[in-house]
Structures are given as C-alpha cells and as structure tokens.
Design a protein around this ligand. Structure first.
Ligand SMILES: Cc1ncc(COP(=O)(O)O)c(C=O)c1O
Length: 449
C-alpha cells in the first residue's frame, strides 16, 4: 500500500486527537489548521506543503539571527556530544553571565531560568523576599507571561475594564484565586498621576512595580522618561523595587530598552533572544537584592532552583547569539527595521488606508487607525477591527508568503535584508489595497460615529 503524503491538514487531523485544540501553544493556532514546518534557514521557513515564507515573527522575537544560524548550529553540535545537562555546574554559564552582566550597568548579578514566565515570576518573588511585602503593580493590558499575578487584567475590555482612575483587576484564567487579584494593583501605563495615586493607596504593601518599557500588547510604544522616573522615585521613597520586563525589549539597544532612561531598574527579566533559539529566561540586577537566593545566606530568603536552568545547550547557543548581536549588529538591525517602517508608511499613503505604526528598535506593530494610539484603551481593537486585521494578516500569510505575529507585529532578525524588506512593503501594499475598503469602513464605523 502506498503511503499517503503528509500535508498540513493531515497532520492537524492527527493533532486534534492528542493535543487540546490540536496545538501545544495557542499562539500558533490558525484556522483552518496550523502550518507544520519542514525546515527553516535564515529568514525563510518552509512548511510541510512546500510553501516558503519569509519570517518576520522569529518565534515571537526569540531568533535574533533567524533560523539555524551556522555559528549556533556548530557550537551546539559540539556541546551535544559531551552532554546536555548535568547535576554539576558548567563554565559556559559563568562566561555567559559575564557577557550579559557587562551589557547593562545595573546588572550586578544574574540567574538563568528556562522561560520568560519563570524569569518574571522569580524576579517578583525576589522583590517580595527582599522587601518583605506581597503586592505587585502591573500595567493594564500588559503581557508579562503566565504567572497568575502578572496575568491580572492582561486582556481587560471596555465591558470590564472599569474607571481609568482605578482599572479593574480582571482575572485572565477562570479559577484565578481572589487572593491573587487582591495582591495586584493595575495601573494605566504612562499615566503618572493616576498611577502614583494608586501606588500611594497601597504603599505599605507593594513589593515592586513591574514595567515593560515597550509593552507589546499595550500597543508597543515606549514608557516615557517622566513615567519611569516617577515610578523610580516613588519606589525609593516606599521601600519598593522598580522591576523591568525586558523579555522582548532587550533587543532594542545593546543594553536593552533601559539604556534609554536616566534611572535604572533594580531587577530586570530577560528571555527570548538570549537563548539563541533554545528555551530560556534570566533575571539580573542589584547584588543586595539578588543575594536573597544566595545559598550561603542564613536565613535563605528565596530558595531558587530549576532542573534545566543554565543547561549548557541554552548557555552555548545564547552566548554565541548575544556575542554576535554586538553594538554594530544592533544598530544595523534597527536601521533595517526603520527602513521597513518608512517603506510601509509609503504603502499606507499609496493605498490610502487608516493604518498607523508604533514600535522601537527592531520591532513594530500595525494599528488599524489613522494615528498611533498611545494608551492600552486607545489601542484596544473592537471585534470588527480584529476581524479586518486578521484579513490583512491572512492576505500577507497566504498570498504574499509573509509570517508576522498575530497582533500585526514584526520582530526582525539579522537575517533579514533589503530584499525581504521590499517583499514586506510590497506585500503590505497589496494587502492594504485588497482589504482597503473594509479597513476604511470599519474605521469610519468605529471612530467617526
Ligand atoms: C514581555 C514578555 N514577558 C514575558 C514573556 C513570557 O516569556 P515565555 O513565553 O518565554 O514564558 C513574554 C512572552 O511572550 C513576553 O512577551
């Protein structure tokens, strides 16, 4: 009997029997079925049906040099032959820690973990252990991983977000304990007056204020200098820490987005690109705070371990990736991204569609409206806007062979050149023309009522 050829559809038919919804991560879920990879190299991913697409998502911002980057493949192959994880330490974790701590002046010490979620969670626990307080403050709409506390109000919507003076604490997952909600203060990003008022009310209980300096799901625009400084000085006065989630944003400068500010966070969570394509997280910061995990301390305020933390495969891949993402590489990547933004702005003008772009460094996001939104509530998309954005992204995926993040975001890699940027801007122009009437109709109905 002849074996039937595998297709995206046939693999998905098997997947639904064994994986909930047929997927292991909801981000890659796609109707009518997700696409299965046959191989990838540089900025091109080929699916099992043989379609080649240019990748502007890079596994949600984690592949800074694209796929199968030869120096990483070579270094990891060598390490694989001598073991992948031990119950002993490795030198590579020390060398990599030296490299990462040299990139930002406030990174005195660093700990490696296995995901961005774990990095943010461990950072929050370190802040609690250091201050002896339990509450955290986080921005409305911000995605900081899947730790219960930081999930609060991640997807607040007009029917449940409440008064802007006091944004509601909305659970993300059914069954979130009330105690979790009670221990989170939700603040409106970049809104100094309202945020400080909320922090003041909880001053005795707040261990840390968590800031993603360019929060993707809030709208991918930068925290203002004034906002970051206001939080910094509030935390100095109130025995609290200012902690940054730079799991994505560390890519924007050689020393992360924090390089843009005069004041520095006490702790920073890292992830994604620092794993060189392998699962990773890390958190770094002040020596005195990080010492809550020091096994020499008595009492040990934060016992902290992880079976695969600092495994030599991730450390090897990450070290190669980050050493090659040096000051010049960061500048080159940012300027390639700026070119793309400029060409896409031209496409928006030519197609005459209500579309704007936010972003920083090597990442940007499309918004279906004429001017760039500057708050979570302004960036929030109605179901009609989401539907029309999905049409734009589907056009790009199926007709132009372009992969983007499903929020309309691109996260560039160093494998992308002018040819791919031209394909992207031409693809956008075609998509804007194809969906233009609908974009204009939804814009008029939503914003000009
Ligand atoms: C800003 C931010 N923080 C934390 C995380 C969680 O990282 P991970 O998916 O590695 O757990 C993400 C993931 O998308 C993120 O974007």
């Amino acid at each position: 009997m002849r074996k039937q050829k595998k297709t995206n559809a046939s693999i998905y038919a098997d997947a639904v029997d064994v994986l909930p919804g047929g997927v292991s991560r909801n981000t890659i879920f796609h109707k009518p079925y997700p696409h299965y990879v046959a191989g990838a190299k540089g900025c091109v991913v080929t699916d099992i049906d043989g379609v080649e697409r240019v990748d502007f998502a890079n596994n949600m911002a984690s592949l800074i040099h694209g796929h199968a980057y030869p120096p990483i493949v070579e270094a990891v192959t060598k390490q694989l032959q001598i073991g992948t994880a031990y119950t002993l330490a490795t030198e590579i974790e020390v060398r990599y820690a030296q490299h990462l701590t040299s990139r930002a002046p406030d990174f005195d010490k660093i700990r490696f973990v296995n995901s961005g979620t774990e990095a943010v969670m461990s950072m929050v626990k370190a802040a609690r252990a250091f201050t002896g307080k339990s509450k955290i403050a986080k921005a409305e709409g911000s995605y900081n991983g899947t730790y219960d506390y930081v999930e609060v109000s991640q997807v607040s919507s007009p029917d449940n977000w409440g008064d802007i003076d006091r944004p509601n604490r909305n659970p993300l997952a059914y069954g979130t304990p009330q105690g979790v909600l009670d221990d989170v203060v939700v603040y409106p990003f970049n809104d100094i007056e309202r945020t400080l008022a909320l922090l003041d009310e909880n001053a005795d209980d707040i261990a840390c204020v968590l800031i993603d300096p360019i929060p993707h799901r809030v709208g991918l625009f930068e925290a203002t200098d004034e906002f970051v400084e206001a939080i910094y000085f509030w935390t100095r006065k109130n025995n609290a820490l200012m902690v940054f989630d730079e799991v994505i944003t560390f890519r924007t400068n050689y020393g992360g987005a924090q390089q843009n500010y005069r004041v520095k966070p006490d702790l920073t969570a890292l992830g994604k690109m620092i794993g060189g394509g392998f699962p990773v997280g890390a958190f770094a910061g002040r020596s005195d705070v990080m010492s809550v995990m020091d096994p020499n301390e008595n009492p040990l305020r934060l016992p902290h371990s992880g079976t695969f933390s600092a495994n030599p495969i991730t450390m090897t891949a990450g070290y190669v990736a980050m050493k090659d993402f040096d000051e010049q590489a960061v500048l080159d990547l940012n300027s390639m991204t700026a070119k793309a933004i400029s060409q896409i702005r031209d496409a928006i003008r030519v197609a005459d569609v209500p579309m704007s772009i936010s972003g920083s460094g090597s990442m940007f996001r499309l918004h279906p409206r004429k001017t760039k939104p500057l708050s979570y509530r302004k960036a929030f998309q109605t179901p009609q806007e989401k539907t029309v954005m999905t049409k734009v992204l589907d056009h790009l995926f199926y007709k132009e062979n372009i992969i983007m993040v499903n929020t309309g975001t691109c996260m560039f890699s160093t494998a992308i050149g002018q040819k791919e940027v031209d394909q992207l801007s031409q693809g956008m122009l075609n998509a804007f023309k194809a969906v233009g009437d609908e974009l204009n109709k939804v814009y008029t109905e939503t914003h000009l009522k």
